[in-house]
Design a protein around this ligand. Sequence first.
Ligand SMILES: [Zn+2]
Length: 375
Amino acid sequence: MENVTIDRDGAVVTVQGKVIAENRNGNMILQDRQGKLWPLNSEVIQSRTRDNVPFTLMDSTELEKTILEELPGFSIHKTKHFLICYNTSRAYAQWCGGLFERLFRAYNNFWKRRGLEVSEPEMPLVALIFKDKQSYRRYAAHELGPAVDSVNGYYNTITNRIAMHDLTAASRGSERSIQKPAEINELLLQPMAGQLVATVIHEATHQLSFNCNVQQRFSDIDVWLNEGLAMYFETPDLRSKKGWRGMGDINTERLARFSNYLKHRPADSLYSLIASGDRMQGRSEDQRFDHEEAILDAYSEAWALTYYLLTYEQKTFVEYLKFLGEKKPGITESSERKIEDFEKFFGDLEEVDRQFVKRMQKEIKRNAKKWSGQR
Ligand SMILES: [Zn+2]
């Protein structure tokens, strides 16, 4: 195990873990025993030593203890793969746990059937559920910055955790969140519950992708693909008796937004979408997913492209995912490189764009009835 002493805003801290990536300048990414990543700039590293203790990730008991020390007053609900840490009602935590496990099975089956090897997570997956917006805000503000007010839940690749607040109060337009299982079932019959389920599933999908080897937490993440996958899975029909339905169906809300975007979509839209990289990698601000006003357009296009490729270019898409999954950690890629890699699999970008738009216009025609007349 590596012991790295760092200067963290004036305080001296020692982090123990495994070096995931390191460059010539001495910058490194360290993974600690909680599974958390520490991107460390050489300037903050004061010393480092290596001992003979082999690196292991925390087991469930140790992880539980550590989290409860960090979040006093919280309780833990354990499922097969998740550690749900909550200060809201036990009923809501249990409901989320059940939903996560159902997603886990459906997600695994989905990829296995398409020839993508998914692996079991290396450690329990941590989800924090806060009872209200205020306590969530206290935890999330320094990770999210100003976005904390507009985001009800998120998955963080650095901490590997999901954090969200109990959404049941807002979903039924009330002050009080639900307390009993029967109340959740009642709530799920309401149309506004769709958004609640979508948020929970969306964030859990991110977490699964990065823990079952579909995506790499340590690589230069393709934002369109990352968000596209989460949106592809986000709208299950929970009332289905067969368990899980709706995975990969048309996401009506995203399609409606995309339809609108097509009216003023610039010619280089696909290029700018695919070239958008992860903010964490210290990129410039000028990216599709950073602009407040345009972000919903970018999301809708990311969903549409993922839907299009998974529907019409499925085999190639799975090969592309495997390729991305094997990328080396800690390397920032240029926009040109991202486009080059994409074209290696799917061919000339302009041609992809033509086919993509043609197909999606057909889907829009077929589905427009669902959103015209709403409002
Ligand atoms: Zn997302």
